[in-house]
Design a protein around this ligand. Structure first.
Ligand code: PEP
Length: 259
């Protein structure tokens, strides 16, 4: 059973879906559904252009708005990028960094992920750091080496105090958007391992307080398999977060498993 120091977090990653008008409707529907659910943190990570509409509709509700990336510089000649203080001023509270799609398609490395995480934390955003192994690495038996390295490199230079604003999402890349999920045993094994790596680097208090989410084809049917696990504190949900009813059903599964 997970310690009560950690709040359950159910975060949606909309990826490149929803125009601002669709976002307005989806945030409103999600907020209405989750209105009575106070025991877990509900976050929707939306495309940049949807942020103003999403923040406006989410104001005064249980839904927090996140972005899906942030640049590491404060300003300057970085065409197409968005800085942390721009997100903050728009009312964003969370930002995803290091999502596997950014690493896979946009050349993100542990070094740039680390720089983005530090910039976000310094500005006052909460970071959802995504990491996880690809299929060939799991098959080669090097999952622990990979997630250990990612955890250390992506969090390099971050202080124990800043760790209070970090959430890690363990997302085995082979399970993202594929319909495949890690087994609960695989998810627990890696999440507990990540917590041990954080304990070694930042101390027991930081490790105990760190929310670690599982992500990878979570849906209303399989969600409760993960919420019972002692080192899994919620989920990062891609596809199923686009449907407010499905997203809410996942959230309900987490409520059913509260201590
Ligand atoms: C994700 O985008 O982080 C994700 C886990 O996607 P999906 O739930 O669709 O696998």
């Amino acid at each position: 059973m997970k310690p009560s120091v950690r709040k359950t977090i159910i975060a949606g990653n909309w990826k490149m879906n929803m125009t601002p008008s669709a976002a307005r409707a989806a945030v409103a529907e999600t907020a209405a559904l989750v209105a009575g659910q106070a025991s877990c943190e509900v976050v929707l990570c939306v495309p940049f252009v949807d942020v103003p509409a999403a923040v406006e509709v989410a104001r005064g509700t249980n839904v927090k708005i996140g972005a899906q990336n942030v640049h590491f510089e404060k300003k300057g000649a970085f065409t197409g990028e968005i800085a942390a203080d721009m997100l903050l001023e728009c009312g964003v509270e969370y930002v995803i960094v290091g999502h596997s799609e950014r690493r896979q398609y946009f050349g993100e490395t542990d070094e740039t992920v680390n720089r983005r995480a530090k910039a976000a934390l310094e500005a006052g955003l909460k970071v959802i750091l995504c990491l996880g192994e690809v299929l060939s690495q799991r098959q080669a038996g090097i999952t622990e080496e990979i997630v250990s390295l990612q955890t250390k490199l992506d969090l390099a230079g971050i202080t124990a105090e800043q760790m209070k604003n970090v959430v890690i999402a363990y997302e085995p890349v082979w399970a993202i958007g594929t319909g495949l999920t890690a087994t609960p045993e695989q998810a627990e094994e890696v999440c507990a391992f990540i917590r041990a790596v954080v304990r070694a680097g930042f101390g027991a208090r930081a490790a105990r307080g760190l929310p670690i989410l599982y992500g990878g084809s979570v849906n209303p049917e399989n969600a409760d398999d993960f919420f019972l696990l002692p080192d899994v504190d919620g989920a990062l949900v891609g596809g199923a977060s686009l449907d407010p009813r499905k997203f809410f059903s996942i959230l309900e599964e987490s409520e059913n498993n509260e201590d």
